[in-house]
Design a protein around this ligand. Sequence first.
Ligand code: EPZ
Length: 429
Amino acid sequence: MDRIIVRANGELNGSIPISGAKNAALPLMIASLLTSKKLVLENVPRLADVASLMRILSNHGTDHQIKGKQPGQSELSGQTIVFKAKNIVDTTAPYELVSKMRASFWVIGPLLARMGEARVSLPGGCAIGTRPVDLFIESLEALGAEISIENGYALAKAPEGLKGTTYRFPKVSVGATHVMMMAATLAKGTTVINNAAREPEVVNLAECLNAMGAKVSGQGTRTITIEGVKKLHGATHRVVADRIEAGTYAMAAAMAGGDVTLTDVESGLLKTTLDVLEQAGITIEKGENSIRIMRKGTPILPVKVSTEPHPGFPTDCQAQLMALMLKAEGISEITETIFENRFMHVSELARLGAKIALDGQKATITGVDSLAGAPVMATDLRASVSLVIAGLVASGETEIHRVYHLDRGFESLEEKLRNVGANIERVSE
Ligand code: EPZ
């Protein structure tokens, strides 16, 4: 297995292109199951999770064709992929595939809407929590589906098709909002989703569905309305920029100091993240489609933050912010309110000399003057990159094991950081 070695190398300077969002690409790819026509997705990131989902979709009968590099494109620019599910040949999503990438559970919505049935393995928990699917089941039953759980599979049926409904999520769920919205596009009548997720990736999916002939409105607010239609056609749609990747590199630049511009990303996608960085004493300049991050010798100031559903501070940037706070001048507090076990990076950061006290869902970080490199282990996708951020300023070498977690969500991470002056390399074990 590969490992990544990071050595402190002073400030970061230059520009980093931001890729298409993993958490938008996945639901957009799944939406291709809703039509027998071509769905062309642009700006798709080159990620392990995208590759895994392509395998799962082909299991259902989706063909995909990855367009070659177009003139003027660098290998860091997003890829264009054409998806076409002419016929659904199998409505089962097997355990061996779903257990590898939990978002593949989301195929249950389009399969049910298009085929009237779906047999999808329950995704099971993961490192950050049990990850139940009760909200998916409840919201699809509200659309008229009959769902039973047998031998670790969700068996869903809607022989007469789905019927529009009004449903209120008892808690905000990004995935369950995606799935209910997709299923409702082909239901008979109108569906109103209350307490819907407001993430930009939900907005990106709604806009893609509308390009395919659906009638979705209210995306980006807590109330989404979908008027069912008979069929959806093909479309061409661009994957929105990855606000989590952008927030991650913003924190890396803030940690090392310097002057880094993030390109191909609209700052409004990560407003709260940037507000928190400004509270931490970081200088932020918002361009048309770029964000400039600067810290020249000024201190990192402590902050007090709770993760919240969008537009609040994203849980997917919690570990990265914690890494930044390791060297703040003072005591910071980070409370994780979305997942029950998303502090696994704490023990790994402590190996680098971090001072972090945990009290349930609250982490208290006491800033230290210096960190010292050590071998550490990546435990989940976002925790792994917090180790890279800490390694940028730790003396000696920080050696990160199990980097396959990183490859799930960060495209060409070493190259993007090396291009702005980081000393980072990947070695194969
Ligand atoms: C999406 O996961 C993202 N994944 C996660 O990013 C992200 O952390 C999360 O949203 C929150 O923003 C993708 O988009 C592929 P949820 P999702 O349903 O949809 C509970 C990353 O690092 N819940 O919004 O699975 C759940 O346990 C990943 O890219 C239920 O109780 O998250 C959690 O506590 C990690 N029952 C809370 O809701 C359900 O049926 C929010 O989860 C569903 C969820």
